[in-house]
Design a protein around this ligand. Structure first.
Ligand code: ATR
Length: 273
């Protein structure tokens, strides 16, 4: 049976096996999908061993995405832009192809929630790996403006300069942000510590869409804060997780699974509904 897995550390709580097993059942593909948690300095060896032993493809998550970028034979355009690899496929001619489906997953999830990206003003919070992965797919949707704000402002400036050729992207310091924005995407890891990015509540209005790439069984700190200040449309990163997985599955198997039912089952599994 064709073997796939996700590399990460820690990875025990990953939802990827659950999601891909449901995709496989739905599309009647014969495959198994597992977990691998190599020591941080053992990833390169573990990856090589997996493919030497017949593995067909893998996902890569924290903290290995940047290292995976350096280990594959060939990179997709979107992986090159993201500077990180979250999906690897062994092609029929034995090439390890590195791809990145995170940004496509974000855009697909935003669209499935009915969010309009064309001609919109987008505020992206954070300038780390998650922000970098989102930029090219967001700019491809032709927003009128994409502003990056980051705690360390120089990182936002660097990122904006790097993606400037793809669209109207600029960096603004948190304290200088000028709205109104149609969509705010939180790519920071602040919610992990229950913290909030230093955003003024004045930017939140009833028609704004709020997206937090993080998720949990209850609202993230950022989503709670936005609701408290009047945001009516809030979304967490669970849908992005399922959509990036669907994109990876499509890369591997050439068949696109449906995501709605899988997302519902995942929510039930997490105790969200
Ligand atoms: P990831 O790969 O998830 O993007 P990362 O590369 O470590 O992780 O980036 C984390 C991002 O969250 C950074 O933009 C970080 O801001 P700094 O560049 O200033 O470090 C941001 N971040 C983390 N905690 C934050 C907090 N409490 N408030 C605001 N931004 C925060």
């Amino acid at each position: 049976m064709d073997r796939y897995l996700v590399f990460g550390h820690p990875v025990r709580h990953s939802k990827s096996p659950f999601i891909h097993t449901l995709f496989a059942r739905q599309t009647q593909q014969e495959l198994e999908y597992g977990l691998a948690e190599p020591a941080v300095d053992e990833f390169a060896h573990a990856l090589r061993t997996f493919f030497d032993q017949g593995g067909k493809g893998c996902n890569v998550t924290v903290p290995f995405k940047e290292q995976a970028f350096t280990l594959v034979d060939r990179l997709s355009t979107r992986a090159k832009r993201a500077g990180a690899v979250n999906t690897i496929k062994l092609t029929d001619d034995g090439v390890l192809l590195g791809d990145n489906t995170d940004g496509a997953g974000l855009v697909a999830d935003l669209k499935s929630h009915g969010v309009t990206l064309a001609d919109s003003r987008i505020l992206l919070l954070g300038a780390g790996g998650a922000a970098r992965g989102a930029l090219a797919p967001l700019l491809a949707e032709l927003p009128s403006e994409l502003v990056i704000a980051n705690r360390t402002h120089t990182k936002a400036q660097q990122l904006a300069a790097e993606f400037h050729d793809l669209g109207p992207v600029t960096a603004q310091a948190y304290e200088q942000l000028a709205g109104p924005f149609d969509l705010v995407i939180n790519s920071t890891s602040a919610s992990l510590q229950g913290e909030l990015p230093p955003l003024t509540p004045a930017l939140i209005h009833t028609d704004i869409a709020i997206y937090d790439m993080m998720y949990g069984a209850s609202d993230t700190a950022f989503i709670s804060w936005a609701k408290q200040h009047g945001a009516r449309q809030t979304m967490d990163g669970l849908g992005m997780l399922v959509e990036q997985a669907a994109e990876a599955f499509t890369v591997w198997r050439g068949i696109r699974p449906g995501t709605k039912q899988v997302l519902r089952e995942l929510k039930r599994n997490l105790g969200v509904i």
